[in-house]
Design a protein. Structure first.
Length: 179
C-alpha cells in the first residue's frame, strides 16, 4: 500500500542517498513548528524551525488490533520555555502532527512518507528533559460529546432556564425526517 507516497519520493528513496526530517506541529494557542533537520524547512505553508531542544520522537507501532497507541516526544528542559508553555496552557487534547519528509540535497522538501496524528495526553519532567506524551485519536473513541436534553445539561449552559426541566416526562417518540 503506497499511503499516498508520490513518485518523486519513491525515486529519491530508491536512489540510495536521501535525507529525512521529522516535522512536529503542536497546536498550542501559539502553534509550535519544529524540525530535527539542520536548517528551517518550509512545508504546507508553515516554516518548521530547527531546534536543538527537540531530542527524540518515539517510535510509532502499527497493529491489526484496535489500540490506543502513544508516543513520547522528548525536549530538552534546559531551555525552560517548553516547561513554561506546558504549565501556562491547557495542553491536554491539543493536536499534534508528526510528518516524516524526504529532503533534497539542496534542502527542499520533496514530499512526505509518513504521518502521525494524535493529541497531547500529558507530560513529565525527567531529569533535564521534558517528555510530552501523545496518544492516537482512538483515545477518545468512547467519549460522549454534545449535550443532553435534561435539566442538568441545560442548567450548566444556561443557569436559571427551566425549559428542559420536564423533558423526562415526555414519552412521545419523535420521528425526525418523516411526515
Amino acid at each position: 500500500m503506497s499511503r499516498g507516497i508520490t513518485q518523486a519520493v519513491i525515486d529519491e528513496l530508491s536512489s540510495g542517498s536521501f535525507n529525512m526530517a521529522a516535522l512536529v506541529h503542536i497546536d498550542f494557542a501559539t502553534p509550535v513548528y519544529l524540525t530535527d533537520y539542520h536548517h528551517n524547512l518550509p512545508y504546507g505553508g508553515d516554516t518548521y524551525g530547527v531546534s536543538g531542544h527537540l531530542l527524540d520522537i518515539g517510535n510509532v507501532s502499527e497493529s491489526h488490533e484496535l489500540d490506543v497507541g502513544e508516543i513520547d516526544i522528548t525536549f530538552s528542559g534546559k531551555d525552560q520555555s517548553y516547561i513554561a508553555l506546558l504549565l501556562s496552557e491547557n495542553y491536554v487534547g491539543r493536536d499534534v502532527n508528526i510528518t516524516n519528509v524526504v529532503v533534497s540535497d539542496a534542502g527542499a522538501v520533496i514530499g512526505h512518507c509518513g504521518e502521525y496524528k494524535g493529541t497531547v495526553s500529558g507530560f513529565a519532567i525527567q531529569g533535564d528533559n521534558v517528555l510530552l506524551t501523545v496518544t492516537s485519536h482512538w483515545a477518545d473513541f468512547e467519549r460522549v460529546t454534545g449535550r443532553r436534553s435534561n435539566d442538568n445539561s441545560q442548567q450548566s449552559h444556561y443557569p436559571g432556564d427551566t425549559s428542559a426541566s420536564r423533558c423526562s416526562q415526555i414519552v412521545k417518540d419523535i420521528k425526525w425526517g418523516r411526515s
